[in-house]
Design a protein. Structure first.
Length: 120
């Protein structure tokens, strides 16, 4: 699990200048289109979406990563862009995920045509 603070600690500079101590009041209820905020890098080509998975309000810096929208994915996959690395194989399939992590506790509504699985 990666928090926004982990990105800041590792030197990621987001395009948006924000107060990371600002309290994020919306708890993730399964609707990722509403219950999240995002920051971009690479001139806005890639976005990191963060959510609050707990019942209390937390500073933005303590929210966790939920979605990576990597529009430079082909460059990452082909080793042409060293700005990203992932702790999972880029060829990860749903079957591989379930085998490694078990069945999800919930399946969220589709988000832009993508299946969202929730693990708690």
């Amino acid at each position: 699990m990666s928090r926004l603070q982990d990105f800041l600690d590792n030197g990621v500079v987001f395009a948006e200048d924000d107060d990371y101590d600002k309290i994020f009041q919306r708890k993730l209820t399964g609707d990722l289109s509403l219950d999240r905020f995002f920051y971009t890098v690479n001139e806005g080509h890639d976005a990191f979406y963060f959510v609050n998975p707990v019942d209390s309000n937390v500073p933005k810096r303590d929210c966790i990563l939920a979605i990576v929208e990597c529009n430079t994915f082909d460059a990452v996959r082909n080793g042409k862009d060293n700005k990203f690395s992932f702790a999972f194989p880029l060829s990860l399939t749903k079957d591989m995920l379930f085998k490694n992590s078990g069945n999800p506790t919930n399946r969220s509504p589709d988000f832009d045509g993508h299946e969202i699985y929730v693990y708690e």
